[in-house]
Structures are given as structure tokens and as C-alpha cells.
Design a protein around this ligand. Structure first.
Ligand SMILES: Cc1cc2nc3c(=O)[nH]c(=O)nc-3n(C[C@H](O)[C@H](O)[C@H](O)COP(=O)(O)O)c2cc1C
Length: 194
């Protein structure tokens, strides 16, 4: 698949077939993550690959954080079922001491964000699907998986074969709203903005 085509057609996948992910495909996804750029090439990321169904059920349960979702009127994390149903959940972690910061802005989140996109695009290219799950009870997950206290959990990625075709993606803001010409707020030439 062409890269731009993959970027355009990737969608968050929250419904999976029961089918296992072949070890070589899982490895290819992890190798794509390994190639991501990172602050000073320190590669602060660490990944725990969770296949055990009982552990996935726990991760699923802990992706609903009431204090976060209740004020939004959500009764579930939209990816909650996916975490239990996907054959694999990749738990993406960071060691903040292995990344930099600009004042109070830590870059381990940027490192992990880029790695996450590599993960999701590689999955898509291989016929798999994934979704970034960013809401969860971090401490419970750390306890379950034996993650040391100096490490942060940044995201959960249920990974598997998508069930059915993904719907058209949620609408994106027009380029005119997100990209400026030389100065904040100045629109780009109309030839650049559709
Ligand atoms: C940092 C981050 C956290 C996210 N957390 C969740 C989540 O907890 N649950 C969920 O269902 N989707 C989550 N998503 C997925 C977004 O909802 C999704 O990417 C967005 O709606 C755009 O849809 P698309 O990925 O299909 O283009 C998260 C995405 C990002 C980047």
C-alpha cells in the first residue's frame, strides 16, 4: 500500500475477528515502531504485548475511568469491548528519563505518539487494525503487568483483524482552519486549500 493511501484510509478499529495475529505480522508491527524517530534517538518506549484473555479482560475493565467518562455522559470507553476481543493488546509505555523536555513540556509523549502512528499504519498495511486507547487506570495496569514505578503507561493498542469494513472516518477540520501562511490565522492560497 502506498504511504499516502495508508494514511488516508487508516481508521481506528474497535471491532475484531476472533482470528489470531500471526507472529511475523506482530513482529513487523513492532519493527515499524522500532524505526520511529525519538528525542536524541533515546527510544524511551517500551511495549508489553498482552495476549492472555484474562489479562485483556482486566485491561478492558480498567479502560473505563468513571471520573473521566461520566462528566462526558459516556457509560463506556468506546474501545472497551475491543480491548477484550482483540487477540493482542500492545501496552505502550515510556521511560521519561530516556527522553527530553522543553521547559515543562516533556517529549516522551511525542516520542510515543510517533511510535503509535507507526504501529497503526503498519497494522493497516498488513491488513490488521488498531486503536489508540488513551484513557485507563494506569496504576492497576502497572500492577498487573509488573511495570516499574518510573515508567508511564501512555496507550493501549488492541490489535487484530478488523471485523467488516471501517466506516468513513470522522470529519477533519478544513486545512484553512489548521494551517496558516507565514502568520497565525492567515489563510493559505486557495490552490493549497481544498
Ligand atoms: C491520544 C489518543 C487517545 C485516544 N483515546 C481513545 C480512547 O480512550 N478510546 C477510544 O475509543 N478511542 C480513543 N482514541 C481514538 C480517537 O477517538 C480517534 O483517533 C479519532 O476519533 C479519529 O478517528 P480515526 O482514528 O478513525 O481517524 C484516541 C486517540 C488518540 C490520538
Amino acid at each position: 500500500m502506498e504511504l499516502l493511501e495508508a494514511i488516508r484510509t487508516r481508521r481506528s478499529v474497535r471491532k475484531f475477528e476472533g482470528r489470531e495475529v500471526e507472529p511475523e505480522k506482530l513482529r513487523a508491527v513492532l519493527e515499524a515502531v522500532q524505526q520511529a524517530p525519538s528525542w536524541a534517538n533515546l527510544q524511551c518506549w517500551r511495549f508489553v504485548v498482552v495476549r492472555d484473555a484474562a489479562a485483556r479482560a482486566k485491561l478492558s475493565e480498567w479502560s473505563f475511568v468513571e471520573s473521566f467518562f461520566a462528566p462526558l455522559g459516556y457509560k463506556t470507553n468506546p474501545a472497551q469491548k475491543a480491548i477484550a476481543e482483540a487477540p493482542v493488546v500492545i501496552v505502550a509505555c515510556a521511560d521519561p528519563s530516556q527522553s527530553g523536555s522543553l521547559g515543562e513540556q516533556p517529549y516522551y509523549l511525542a516520542d510515543l505518539g510517533i511510535a503509535a502512528q507507526n504501529l497503526m499504519l503498519a497494522a493497516h498495511d498488513l491488513g490488521l487494525g488498531a486503536v489508540f486507547v488513551g484513557v485507563f487506570d494506569e496504576q492497576k495496569i502497572m500492577d498487573l503487568l509488573g511495570i516499574p514505578e518510573n515508567i508511564r503507561v501512555v496507550g493501549l493498542f488492541p490489535l487484530g483483524y478488523p471485523q467488516g469494513e471501517p466506516k468513513a472516518g470522522p470529519k477533519r477540520k478544513p486545512l484553512s482552519e489548521i494551517a496558516f501562511d507565514g502568520k497565525w490565522g492567515k489563510g493559505l492560497e486557495s490552490s493549497t486549500t481544498p
